[in-house]
Design a protein around this ligand. Sequence first.
Ligand code: HEM
Length: 140
Amino acid sequence: MKTIHSYWAYIVLAILIFTVVNAIIGLTQKKEFKDKDLRLGLFTLIVSHIQLLIGFAWYFMSPWYKALKDPAVSVMANKELRLLAVEHPITMILAIVLITIGWSKHKKKTEDTAKFKTFSIFYGVALLLILSRIPWSNWF
Ligand code: HEM
């Protein structure tokens, strides 16, 4: 599970960055919102939800969750433990909630610029959150 989560993260990051850049270009150049833009947003939504499921599956069998339940271990006082057991999961869940809200909000917009704007904001903030709480030193 840990290995799948680790590799799937490359796909999540690649597609999310691509979708955000595509939305910003669409917004600034006032492009028409085409089928491919919709598919990019949908693909990002699906890929990130799959990562959420893999993340949860790994989390509950990981030593980080066990540490959280162990009264002898002070998770919050240890920077690395806090990142893996608390900060990373909570921030990633929040990021995926933003992606989900962004997806459903864009569907209600009628103008192309508004659709690109919604993706730029919601998927963009989600990307920043994800980048801020990836355990980079463990990953590479
Ligand atoms: C967009 C969502 C997510 C992304 C991009 C992501 C990405 C990553 C990356 C790159 C790592 C480092 C992997 C490694 O050490 O090789 C990691 C570790 C981890 N992730 Fe996620 N993650 C996401 C969501 C979640 C969620 C929702 C949970 C739990 C509810 C979770 C739990 C964990 C745990 C426990 C680790 C520590 C792995 C370990 O060293 O044992 N992740 N994640």
